[in-house]
Design a protein around this ligand. Structure first.
Ligand code: EPU
Length: 302
């Protein structure tokens, strides 16, 4: 999809939108898969309601992209433009035990920055790729913690209201890999309240989590993290492994040899390959265990 109409281009320029024509989503996703479209980078949160109105006026469908680390995007020319927040400077402002963080901030860097200022709690998230906004939207978690536990306030674009709003932490429900945000809501900034902890202690926790992750997950390969959510009381990875499916592939889309709930792009995998692999594995698990695995990865397929 191209944002090419002269009036649209003038409107985008007036809103300070940085247009990157013909961007390949394979370069913006950790899976390295995805077709081409125009990328619209937002430099000012306040421009979002007008931007949405402008795009709708010109009948241009759109999607919001975070860090692209939990996302499988379709192949070819994509039927929507992509909206993404540019990173502000600074990305994080600390105030006592509160960290005010822009949604575009990198999650790992946020954890480290807070740690250096003796603010802990998020050690488990250190190796989770992506942005703070993406982690917030899906309530990312690992090693017994989840980001939602620390959220005190969220600034977001509320698609249903067509405006920017502030929600208090207790107005949002955070569950396992799920939140009460609407599907088209766009995370803009968050205030986290983090427990005070000496840097050295936090660093030790971070090292332990890093070690656990390195020993069980295919970190150097292109993946979207876990493909499926764990069903209640069970592990999707263990079930897939028990069926002997590590190494199973469709084209260059492959079930990781290291962790069976990670599907990797071992070369030039297409979205079609990856979707076929997901569907095959889901079918086999359902036949064997009677459990229909639910995607954790978000799929944007044309
Ligand atoms: N297991 C296997 N074979 C495998 C993978 C796992 O037998 O190929 C076994 C492990 O030995 C272990 C159990 O299954 O006994 C659970 O495995 P693991 O500790 O790796 O945890 P997981 O349930 O597979 C979850 C999250 C991860 C998170 C880790 C650590 C989900 C879907 N996955 O994985 O999150 O990093 O715990 O807390 O909730 C993600 O969300 O993308 C993700 C990677």
């Amino acid at each position: 999809m191209r944002a090419e109409h002269p009036k649209l281009e003038a409107g985008l320029a007036a809103l300070g939108i940085d247009v990157r024509s013909g961007t390949s989503l394979s370069e913006l996703t950790s899976l390295g898969i995805g077709g081409t479209t125009d990328l619209l980078r937002i430099t000012k949160h306040d421009s979002i309601p007008d931007l949405i109105e402008l795009l709708e006026h010109h009948n241009i469908p759109y999607k919001f992209l975070g860090g692209g680390s939990n996302l499988l995007v379709g192949d070819g020319e994509l039927p929507w433009v992509i909206l993404q927040l540019a990173k502000p400077d600074p990305e994080i402002v600390l105030e006592g035990n509160f960290a005010h963080v822009d949604a575009a901030a990198d999650l790992g860097r946020t954890v480290t920055f807070c740690a250096k200022h003796d603010l802990g709690g998020m050690e488990g998230l250190i190796g989770v790729p992506g942005t703070v906004g993406g982690a917030l939207r899906m309530n990312a978690g690992a090693y017994g913690m989840q980001i939602g536990s620390y959220v005190r306030e969220v600034k977001l674009y509320r698609a249903a209201e067509r405006k920017i709003e502030i929600l208090k932490g207790n107005q949002i429900s955070f569950e396992y890999r799920h939140t009460s945000f609407g599907p088209d809501d766009m995370m803009l900034a968050v205030t986290l309240e983090l427990p005070s902890k000496p840097f050295k202690e936090i660093l030790q926790g971070i090292r332990i989590c890093n070690e656990k992750r390195r020993s069980s997950q295919p970190l150097g390969q292109k993946s979207a993290g876990c493909i499926f959510k764990n069903p209640p009381g069970a592990s999707a990875g263990r079930m897939i492994d028990e069926l002997g499916l590590k190494g199973l592939s469709v084209g260059d889309a492959k079930v990781s040899d290291r962790h069976a709930n990670f599907f990797v792009n071992a070369g030039q995998a297409s979205a079609k390959d990856m979707l076929a692999l997901i569907s095959d594995v889901r079918g086999r698990v359902e036949n064997a265990f009677g459990v229909k695995l639910e995607n954790e990865v978000v799929v944007w397929n044309a």
